[in-house]
Design a protein. Structure first.
Length: 223
């Protein structure tokens, strides 16, 4: 439960209010089911999932179990560590019992804006039309304007409902997973490849080629 308390403290001051979160949750349930939700990646910490990653994966599982979404797209490259974030999150989801044929990975994104943009492109390439972004309230709020202006205003936002996540906490386990196959080699962390201001540009979506369809019909099956 300690990790959940830390999440609550971290996100409470810089995220959607509880009232806004409940409103978005009600809207999501009314609009469900979605063809897919996009779940942004998080790097491993000391070889295991962080509190934030754990929360995002469990929230994705809850949305699938409740019939809110039919598929889950985990998005994230190897950014700060050699491990591909989307693949790591998929393995945790599999360990929690989610079916493999309902899980997809987008492995190009290095910033949160790219997570949702490339995740959306992958979803569209697979024929999905009803798409949502599912993440913690802090990140969801940060991405709200970008989603509306640069991705698709029809993309639904589904931030954590903290009371629900707290209810799930007793069942939350830490599966033991071999991550060796999810390493990129050679690997150079983004902090050594880009300056602070370059990373800031990426965070704002300035590295995206908006005229390019990264996951078109000939892009291969990222699964």
């Amino acid at each position: 439960m300690r990790w959940l308390f830390c999440i609550l403290v971290l996100f409470s001051s810089c995220s959607f209010s509880a009232k806004t979160t409940r409103k978005k949750w009600s809207a999501a349930r009314a609009a469900a089911p979605f063809d897919a939700i996009i779940v942004p990646g998080v790097p491993l910490e000391n070889g295991q999932w962080s509190r934030t990653m754990k929360g995002r994966v469990y929230w994705a599982k809850y949305l699938y179990d409740q019939g809110i979404t039919r598929h889950i797209i985990f998005s994230g490259a190897a950014v700060y560590t050699p491990y591909v974030e989307a693949e790591v999150m998929k393995q945790y989801a599999l360990a929690l019992g989610l079916p493999e044929d309902k899980l997809f990975t987008e492995t190009q994104a290095e910033h949160s804006t790219e997570n949702v943009y490339y995740g959306y492109q992958l979803a569209k390439a697979k024929g999905f039309t009803r798409i949502a972004l599912a993440s913690d309230p802090f990140q969801t709020k940060l991405l709200r304007r970008f989603v509306r202006k640069k991705v698709d205003p029809q993309v639904q936002l589904i931030p954590f409902v903290m009371d629900t996540l707290k209810m799930l906490a007793p069942a939350m386990t830490d599966p033991v997973i071999d991550f060796s196959s999810m390493q990129r080699s050679p690997f150079v962390p983004i902090t050594e490849r880009e300056s602070f201001w370059q990373r800031w540009r990426g965070t704002r979506g300035k590295n995206i080629d908006y005229g390019k369809n990264t996951y078109g019909k000939n892009a291969g099956d990222q699964k």
